[in-house]
Design a protein around this ligand. Structure first.
Ligand code: CP3
Length: 384
């Protein structure tokens, strides 16, 4: 069981609610006060230290999609509750977020939600269909359609503020990672109307109507920024921007048509001082640009070894990754051999600055015990 702690800031008494910080307070730091990331009980956790490239007692590890379908306890509490509805129930969100932390002893929790939650919250007709993913009833393809993308206000997502608050109180020194979908990946769902292999409608707009496209990703940048701010202000101690499908683009197109919007998101949350992680699949050719967009930590999939990724990203950034998720279906000795290779390649980053993760998310059919064994192995093999 997770230890129950109620004091999220150091200065509050037991049970005290931590102060909710705003950007102006954290950037106007003229009083010698430290920004919230320095105050939280998780500040000295291995995960946050690695994000800041500080020495760590062991390489921290967590898994993208760790909260979800590979866990029987998840399937049990989700029974009969549609995915998006479950994201709006704070007590349920708390329980699902904590499940993998209790079971696997990972170094960070990732908030249980979905990248389309902010779209739903502003009135877009979106549903998550099991085995398919997000499906949008009326795709966004014209200037008229764009009018439906209004800004997100904190009052649109009170359940997010509440769930993050509950979680941070309970997690104590274990950091909570907030997240959002990046403008390109969200745009791909909105324009296609659902998951897509070739992104043909998305690219048709990007190449054929560049002004409309720029307006679309700019609006999504604002929505995403607002969604991340809500999570940070409620107490998340790091954020990850998922640009899962941006690997579909060539570097020049990324630089021209996507990077300005992603940069806008990172700039919008820079003042909070919480680490910003950026991840996409198949982004080997984009790693340098994704770092330049404003990430403190660049997530790497399994196709590029971390020593090569370190060269592409350049100095001053931590790396996260990058065991091939499919390796988890092999026997334990093979998992350990491959995990050791990841740890070895990460030494190129320097003595710190590596967060162990999979190269993409946990798969539903994965054996949860194999994940728990992997966490223990990474901790042991990387102990300093
Ligand atoms: O990582 C975590 O454990 C936290 C929760 C989380 C979910 N979605 C819960 C979820 C996170 C971080 C996401 C992000 C997300 N959602 C991404 C980026 C990450 C990635 O995998 O690249 C994307 C592309 C989505 C969109 C989405 N939502 C997809 C593709 C799916 C899977 C559809 C399916 O059933 O195969 C979802 C649904 C979803 N989001 C589930 C979970 C646990 C499964 C829903 C269920 O249990 O019925």
């Amino acid at each position: 069981m997770l230890e129950l702690r109620t004091n999220r800031g150091r200065e509050g008494g037991p049970g005290a609610r931590a102060k909710i910080w705003t950007v102006s307070e954290t950037t106007a730091d003229t009083t010698g006060q430290q920004p919230p990331a320095r105050r939280g009980a998780a500040y000295d956790s291995a995960f946050l230290r690695a994000c800041r490239r500080e020495p760590v007692p062991h390489t921290p590890v967590w898994f993208m999609r760790q909260a979800g379908r590979s866990l029987p306890e998840y399937l049990k509490v989700r029974e009969g509750i549609p995915m998006l509805e479950s994201c709006m129930r704070p007590e349920l969100v708390k329980e699902i977020t904590l499940q993998p932390v209790r079971r696997h002893k990972v170094d960070a929790a990732i908030f249980f939600s979905d990248i389309v939650v902010p779209l739903k919250a502003i009135g877009i007709d979106v549903d998550i269909k099991p085995g398919i993913g997000p499906v949008i009833a009326d795709p966004i393809r014209t200037a008229e359609d764009l009018k439906r993308l209004r800004n997100l206000e904190p009052d649109d997502v009170p359940y997010i503020t509440e769930a993050v608050g509950l979680l941070v109180d309970e997690l104590g020194s274990t950091p909570l990672i907030g997240f959002a979908g990046a403008p390109y990946t969200l745009a791909s769902y909105l324009v296609e109307g659902g998951p897509s292999k070739n992104h043909e409608n998305t690219k048709a707009m990007m190449y054929g109507q560049p002004e409309l496209w720029a307006e679309l990703v700019d609006r999504l940048a604002d929505i995403t920024s607002a969604f991340l701010k809500v999570q940070i202000e409620a107490g998340a101690s790091a954020v990850q921007l998922f640009d899962s499908w941006v690997g579909a683009l060539a570097p020049d197109d990324y630089r021209r048509s996507v990077m300005p919007a992603s940069t806008k998101v990172f700039d919008a949350v820079a003042g909070y001082g919480v680490p910003r992680i950026h991840f996409g699949v198949g982004t080997g050719e984009l790693l340098g640009l994704m770092g330049q967009a404003g990430a403190d930590v660049v997530g790497v999939d399994w196709r590029v070894p971390l020593n090569v990724a370190a060269e592409r990203v350049g100095p001053g950034k931590a790396l996260q990754g990058n065991l091939d998720p499919a390796v988890l279906f092999a026997p334990t000795h093979a998992v350990e051999t491959k995990a050791r290779e990841v740890l070895h390649a990460a030494q190129a980053i320097g003595s710190s600055g590596h967060i162990f993760n999979l190269g993409h998310g946990v798969l539903p059919s994965m054996d949860p015990d194999a994940l728990s064994r992997l966490v223990a192995f990474v901790h042991e093999a990387s102990a300093r």
